[in-house]
Design a protein around this ligand. Structure first.
Ligand SMILES: [Zn+2]
Ligand SMILES: [Zn+2]
Length: 340
């Protein structure tokens, strides 16, 4: 079994945010208010309960053309392509940062504030992995951030904390940037939002997401290995009512359609129900073949697990579809899903 990637919280007062390899912790009362599912133009916004917020944008070297020209990171990517690379492959970050700050300055000037920014000399960080420029600005509010290029994953990331002049922007930026990662340390990628923390093996990409207060769903797909769906309901006792966990799994998942066999197991210390079945019927099988193309190994094997975390009053259902002879990952997915 692969090693666990337990929550990296330094203390309970911080919560983990993980999105496509980007990972950091924020004060527990901050909330993710914006995410992008565009793999080449990543974006996250996290708001404090007050006037501070964090913005993180990233672009991968292999990024395709951005869809939204209005998006700042799109300009960054275009800038990245236009910039001649230095001999060691590190893109010139200064023009990217200048373009970013110019946008910020424009906004400040529109609101009739004077704008001033400082950019520190380039440094290397994270044991030489990152080439970094630190910056700060004032103008209507204050911002402190950094732009860096990671030579391991070839990602360019720009992150800043913004607030009002009275806000402790510098301290907050230091606490967030101190443990910010831009690629996974192992062949599993952690995805964490609000208090849902899960991990998927390398190569799975996010296909869809639903982030409501009482219900969250993350669906991942892998070209050769099939699909994984995580679902979590808040207020388990209210959602589940009188149904058992097995009945809940039967009603909310595709276990019934795949004529699954149930068995009682344990999940993270809780009583759990596991379902094993297979995709049946002409339509189901045809769809599985279509999803797998160009591979001819459709994800016909179905495994699912459901449990209720009585400590947090949440209900979890994890479903997986995989080719018949692929390794079963359900056990690892359950172990890495942090319910309490
Ligand atoms: Zn990296
Ligand atoms: Zn639990």
């Amino acid at each position: 079994m692969a090693p666990k990637a337990r929550r990296t919280n330094r203390e309970d007062t911080r919560s983990l945010v993980g999105w496509d390899g980007i990972r950091f912790t924020v004060p527990a009362d901050w909330n993710v208010t914006g995410v992008s599912t565009d793999r080449s133009n990543g974006y996250l916004k996290v708001d404090s309960p007050g006037t501070m917020f964090l913005q993180v944008k990233w672009a991968d070297r292999t990024a395709r053309s951005p869809r939204s020209p209005a998006d700042m990171i799109a300009r960054l990517v275009q800038g990245l392509r236009r910039q001649p690379e230095q001999t060691d492959g590190v893109p010139d970050l200064r023009p990217l940062l200048d373009a970013y700050l110019k946008e910020t300055a424009k906004r400040a000037k529109k609101e009739r504030h004077s704008f001033e920014c400082k950019v520190k000399p380039p440094t290397t960080e994270a044991g030489g992995e990152r080439s970094t420029l630190h910056f700060s600005w004032t103008g209507g509010g204050i911002g402190q951030g950094k732009i860096w290029y990671c030579s391991v994953c070839h990602r360019t990331v720009i992150a800043q904390v913004v607030g009002r002049p009275k806000d402790p922007v510098g301290d907050v930026a230091a606490s967030i940037f101190g443990d910010m990662r831009d690629h996974p340390d192992e062949p599993w990628t952690v995805w964490g939002l609000f208090d849902l923390v899960v991990a998927v093996p390398d190569g799975y990409v996010l296909r869809s997401h639903k982030l409501l207060s009482g219900y969250m769903k993350l669906e991942f797909a892998h070209r050769r290995l099939g699909r994984i769906v995580f679902e979590r309901w808040g207020l388990a006792n209210v959602a589940r009512k009188k149904f058992t966990v097995q009945e809940w799994l039967g009603q909310t998942s595709e276990a019934g359609r795949h004529q699954a066999q149930y068995k009682q197991v344990e999940a993270n210390g809780h009583a759990a129900t596991q379902a094993s079945g297979r995709v049946r019927g002409l339509l189901g099988v045809a769809a599985a073949y279509k999803d797998a193309l160009p591979s001819l190994r459709p994800a016909l094997r179905y495994e699912a697990c459901a449990w209720e975390c009585d400590e947090t009053n949440k209900l979890y259902v994890i479903q997986t579809w995989m080719p018949m002879h692929a390794a079963v990952v359900l056990g690892d997915l359950v172990a890495r899903c942090e319910c309490h």
